[in-house]
Design a protein around this ligand. Structure first.
Ligand code: NAP
Length: 264
């Protein structure tokens, strides 16, 4: 299916880590024919990502902290100066600190909310100013933790639940401007963010997944590329879950233990 990315301009935050979801989304959209700008925290990482991704098409990179109002506005200004328009914007940057709520300082809480939630609001406002009159698509990274919280990452889960709600409100408020807003919910995707938790308990994580494997960044990138494309033109205000069927039932083992025993 031609997803219609030729001539489109797509921006992705948190896209400099070559093992991350944002990098995979950037590469996927470049391969589909879009021009891409990416942002990430560190200039060195941005430069390395731009160098690697240039093999796939036109790409620019800007170092920015997505939790800061001025930095986000400057990123959008630079993208408009470089490309003249923005068709798709993916708020992907996120952090996942492991800390029990009773041990967390207010400053740590604010940092999580700044990177994971405030950034989505700031990017949506800036994307709106660039897209109004022409239309566009916003995609926001939520998490499985948005729908099923987990102990030890309460601030992260709260931020992602708020992204879930924010995405729905944005979808309604931006619909009159022909701007679609959706989100994605990764399950357990093997990236730098999840490396520690995967090393600590891969078997138990996989046991919750119907398809019996961890996800790859490209699994997410392909779904996001579809969601942001014209092929998804009647989809707004919703989330696609890319989890291999994580916790789609309480007992995914049952299906494997009874494989071949069914008369159906
Ligand atoms: P990742 O590999 O850690 O990549 C996140 C990127 O965001 C990193 O390059 C990071 O830069 C950057 N970043 C962090 N703070 C930033 C800031 N203030 N401004 C700009 N960039 C910043 O994570 P990932 O696994 O690809 O996750 C991508 C998104 O999916 C996140 O929103 C995450 O919460 C969500 N998600 C992932 C999973 C999963 O299983 N991997 C599951 C559910 C949800 P540094 O490396 O310099 O910090």
């Amino acid at each position: 299916m031609d997803l219609g990315y030729q001539g489109k301009v797509a921006g992705i935050t948190g896209a400099a880590s070559s093992k991350g979801i944002g990098f995979a989304i950037a590469r996927q959209m470049l391969q589909e024919g879009a021009s891409v700008f990416l942002c990430d925290l560190k200039q060195e990482a941005v430069d390395a990502a731009v160098k690697e991704l240039s093999a796939y098409g036109t790409v620019r990179g800007y170092a920015a902290d997505v939790s800061g109002g001025q930095a986000v506005a400057a990123m959008f200004d630079r993208a408009m100066a470089d490309f003249g328009k923005i068709d798709v914007f993916v708020s992907n940057a996120g952090i996942y600190p492991q800390c029990a709520l009773m041990d967390m300082t207010a400053a740590q809480w604010d940092t999580v909310m700044g990177v994971n939630l405030r950034s989505v609001f700031l990017c949506a406002q800036n994307a709106y100013r660039c897209m109004k009159g022409r239309g566009g698509v916003l995609i926001n990274a939520a998490s499985y933790a948005a729908v099923l919280a987990s102990a030890g990452s309460g601030a992260y889960a709260a931020s992602k639940s708020a992204v879930y709600s924010l995405t729905k409100t944005l979808a309604a408020e931006l619909a009159p401007y022909n701007i679609r807003v959706n989100g994605f919910i990764p399950g357990v995707i093997a990236t730098g963010m999840t490396q520690g938790v995967i090393e600590a308990k891969e078997d138990s994580l996989v046991s919750q997944i119907a398809l019996r494997r961890l996800g790859e960044p490209d699994d997410v990138a392909r779904a996001v590329a579809f969601l942001a494309s014209d092929a998804a033109g009647y989809i707004t205000g919703t989330f696609v879950e890319i989890s291999g069927g994580k916790l789609c039932v309480q007992n995914p083992d049952y299906a494997y233990q009874n494989r071949g025993n069914s008369n159906g």
